[in-house]
Design a protein around this ligand. Structure first.
Ligand SMILES: Cc1cc2nc3c(=O)[nH]c(=O)nc-3n(C[C@H](O)[C@H](O)[C@H](O)COP(=O)(O)O)c2cc1C
Length: 194
C-alpha cells in the first residue's frame, strides 16, 4: 500500500508528461509515447505517461456543461498538467488532422482553466503506417497550438511505416531523430540552476 502511495506521488510530481491522442488497443501512437517516455527516463528524467482512456470525457456540448459542469476527468487531467513543465503529445493522423479525442480533451480542460497549457513546453510527435508518419497532423496541431498562444518546440518527430510488435514496442523509430526530439524536453543547465 505504501508503495502505491509513493508511486502515485512520483507520478504527480513528474516534470514531463507524455500523452497519446489515441485510446485504441494496440495503438502505434501509444507505443511511440511509451518509447519516448523510456528514452527520457533513460536520461534520468521524471516522466508520467497519461492514458486518455483513464480520462474519458463526453463530446463537448454547452448543454452538457450547463447541466453537469466540467467532467471530473477534465479537471483531474488539468490538475495533473499543472505541476508538469513539459507535455509531449503523440497524435495519430485522421484525414490529415490530429484526433478529435485530443481536441475534445483540451477543449474540456480549457473550460476548467483557459490557460491550462500556457505554462508548458509542448513537444509534438506522431506515428502512422503511411510514409508521412502523421506529419500533417503535427502541422495542424502546431497551427492550433499557435492559435491558442501555446509555444511548441521546434523539432517534431513523425514515424512513418510504423508497426507495433507483439511485445507492444514500435518499430521504425530513428534513434538519432528520437534523441534530437527528446533533447528539447531536457532542462538546460541555465534553467536547472535558476
Ligand atoms: C478516420 C481515419 C482516418 C485516417 N487518416 C489517415 C491519414 O490521413 N493519414 C495517415 O497516415 N493515416 C491515416 N489513418 C490511419 C491511421 O494512421 C492508423 O489507423 C493508425 O494506426 C491510428 O493511430 P493509432 O494506432 O495510434 O490508433 C486514418 C485512420 C482513421 C481511423
Amino acid at each position: 500500500m505504501l508503495r502505491d502511495i509513493h508511486t502515485e506521488q512520483k507520478d504527480c510530481d513528474a516534470r514531463i508528461i507524455v500523452m497519446a491522442a489515441s485510446t485504441r488497443t494496440g495503438s502505434m501512437n501509444r507505443a511511440l509515447a511509451r518509447r519516448i517516455a523510456d528514452e527520457l527516463e533513460g536520461g534520468g528524467e521524471s516522466v508520467h505517461v497519461v492514458d486518455l482512456a483513464d480520462h474519458l470525457m463526453p463530446l463537448y456540448d454547452g448543454d452538457v456543461e450547463d447541466r453537469d459542469g466540467v467532467p471530473p476527468a477534465a479537471a483531474q487531467l488539468a490538475k495533473r498538467l499543472s505541476s508538469a513543465e513539459v507535455l509531449v503529445i503523440v497524435t495519430p493522423e485522421y484525414n490529415g488532422a490530429f484526433t478529435p479525442l485530443l481536441k475534445n480533451s483540451v477543449d474540456w480542460m480549457t473550460r476548467h482553466d483557459t490557460r491550462v497549457l500556457a505554462h508548458l513546453r509542448i513537444l509534438l510527435a506522431s506515428a502512422s503506417p503511411g510514409r508521412g508518419g502523421g506529419a500533417r497532423a503535427v502541422d495542424m496541431l502546431r497551427t492550433w497550438m499557435g492559435n491558442i498562444s501555446v509555444e511548441v518546440a521546434e523539432h517534431s518527430l513523425s514515424v512513418g511505416a510504423a508497426e507495433v510488435a507483439d511485445d507492444g514496442t514500435i518499430s521504425g523509430v530513428d534513434p538519432r531523430a528520437l534523441a534530437e526530439f527528446t533533447d528539447q524536453a531536457v532542462r538546460s543547465d541555465a534553467e536547472a540552476s535558476s
